[in-house]
Design a protein around this ligand. Structure first.
Ligand SMILES: [Zn+2]
Length: 207
């Protein structure tokens, strides 16, 4: 089983300029591609999970969200990075499109998108992380038994002011680059502790 990092999209990988509805408005944080590359190299599965209620609100189409993710995947590939799966929730409680105005299982903090990733990949959730700029991302982490890392970019700073007392991230990071360094180190330390804690004899292969 692999550890996974579930990344929120807007405000974490991309600047959050309100609902992203035109490809011209897609702007990466400068650290994001390198961060994904480092997570790939450290052996994490990387998934993008994004609430796209703008679809339900009729602001843009599902096709546009897919085109956005295709464009992002190409840019990542050019930087030697990749995402193992892209998931979005098109629903919204006040959706103007009737079929999408439902209480769904996938809008974060509901766990549906993590479950979808689990249907195709063996994921050790206890070693996994959810990175986001909202309380809903931290709620998702709690529900699935992963660790939440709140970034201060995007809505992170206002969200801390608003909900800081009620959310308990494992760590608060200035941005995705810092979150990535912390997760890689935390996972390494966790595995080292597991090894030290096992009582079987160990072969000395360090020298
Ligand atoms: Zn949904």
């Amino acid at each position: 089983m692999s550890a996974a990092v579930f990344l929120d999209r807007d405000g974490v990988m991309l600047y959050d300029l309100g609902y992203l509805a035109r490809l011209e408005d897609l702007h990466w944080y400068s650290c994001a591609i390198e961060a994904v590359r480092l997570l790939n190299r450290a052996g994490f599965l990387v998934f993008v999970l994004t609430n796209q209620g703008g679809i339900g609100l009729g602001l843009y189409s599902e096709g546009f969200v897919r085109a956005t993710h295709d464009a992002m995947a190409k840019r990542l590939e050019a930087g030697g990075a990749h995402v193992d799966g892209w998931f979005f929730c098109p629903h919204h409680p006040r959706a103007t499109i009737d079929d999408l105005r439902i209480t769904c299982e996938c809008r974060k903090p509901e766990p549906g998108m993590v479950r979808a990733a689990q249907s195709t990949h063996a994921i050790d959730l206890t070693r996994s992380f959810v990175v986001g700029d909202k309380a809903s991302d931290m709620g998702l982490a709690e529900r699935v038994g992963a660790r939440g890392v709140l970034v201060r970019t995007g809505q992170g700073e206002p969200e801390l002011a608003r909900a800081g007392g009620t959310i308990r991230p494992a760590w608060i990071a200035p941005d995705l680059a810092a979150a990535t360094s912390w997760m890689i180190a935390a996972d390494r330390d966790g595995r080292r502790r597991d090894e030290a804690g096992s009582d079987r004899p160990r072969r000395d292969h360090e020298r």
